[in-house]
Design a protein around this ligand. Structure first.
Ligand code: ZN
Length: 276
């Protein structure tokens, strides 16, 4: 395996990442079609850009400058009365940055104290069930043995229904469980352990996209970390076999890619639809 660097990290396909794994969990057929360039994901780029806008600011002034130089025109409104100015999403981005940048609790956690060895955008890699996996960590405090992932989300505390837990929960819960962040953090902790022999504590700094952004430091309980990692371990070998061409990809039957491939072969009973 070649060495991973900041330059080759995103083009490298020899290692699996958590987000690529998540795509295979949702639909193997679609994820494979995306990987080999047969299907182009149709999605709004704005949430990703907003995330990177906020992340690059807290990485370093140079990283933020570079992000602005590369994406500057995408941040500006092309039409309407706001034309030529920052799109409203990124005005919120500025508010999110403002809400964190002078908060001592955040700064101490994310940037560490002056003598701490803190690494931003640290690349971690290793093996899970024999599958090569890599990740990039927002901020790792090597001196104090913890790492922080900065997450932008719609809201932290707005009340939402969670079908699996069968109860109403703060939005951050749906965000974390829905995107599998608990598994992601457990994975990063495991990769850091393989690289350093040390056990790091994971934290999430959540910041909301509300007009007045909310923020909090979240800690995932040990049992949720374990559940997340166990789920990943139980599915990763199957996913890797599909990627390696050793196994046919399964179709979810419901996503845009599967719908595009659909052929009508018979009728479906209403009672079967209700039973689903
Ligand atoms: Zn599908």
């Amino acid at each position: 395996m070649r060495e991973l660097t900041q330059e080759n990290y995103y083009e490298d396909k020899a290692y699996l990442t958590n987000s690529r794994f998540k795509r295979y969990q949702q639909c193997q057929a679609k994820a494979l079609a995306v990987d080999i360039g047969e299907w182009v994901e149709d999605r709004d780029e704005t949430p990703l850009l907003l995330g990177n806008y906020v992340h690059s600011y807290f990485e370093s002034p140079e990283a933020h400058e570079k992000f602005l130089a590369e994406n500057g025109d995408k941040l500006l409104a092309k039409t309407g009365k706001n034309k030529g100015n920052l799109k409203s999403d990124f005005v919120i981005g500025d508010k999110m940055i403002e809400s964190l940048k002078d908060d001592d609790g955040f700064n101490n956690l994310y940037h560490g104290y002056s003598d701490d060895d803190v690494q931003k955008e640290m690349i971690v890699f290793g093996e899970i069930e024999g599958v090569p996996v890599k990740g990039k960590l927002d901020s790792v405090n090597v001196s104090r043995g913890y790492f922080v992932d900065l997450k932008t989300m719609k809201s932290i505390y707005s009340d939402e229904w969670n079908a699996e837990l069968r109860k109403r929960v703060p939005a951050a819960v749906n965000n974390i469980l829905g995107f599998g962040y608990h598994g992601q953090l457990a994975l990063y902790r495991e990769l850091l352990k393989q690289m350093t022999g040390r056990e790091f504590r994971p934290y999430i700094v959540a910041v909301s996209k509300e007009n007045v952004p909310d923020r909090d430091i979240l800690k995932i309980d040990e049992e949720w970390l374990e559940e997340g990692l166990n789920k990943l371990k139980s599915e990763i070998v199957g996913v890797w076999k599909v990627i390696q061409g050793e196994k046919e990809p399964e179709k979810c039957g419901r996503c845009d890619f599967c719908r595009s491939q659909k052929k009508l072969t018979g009728a479906i009973k209403l009672s079967d639809l209700i039973g689903e």
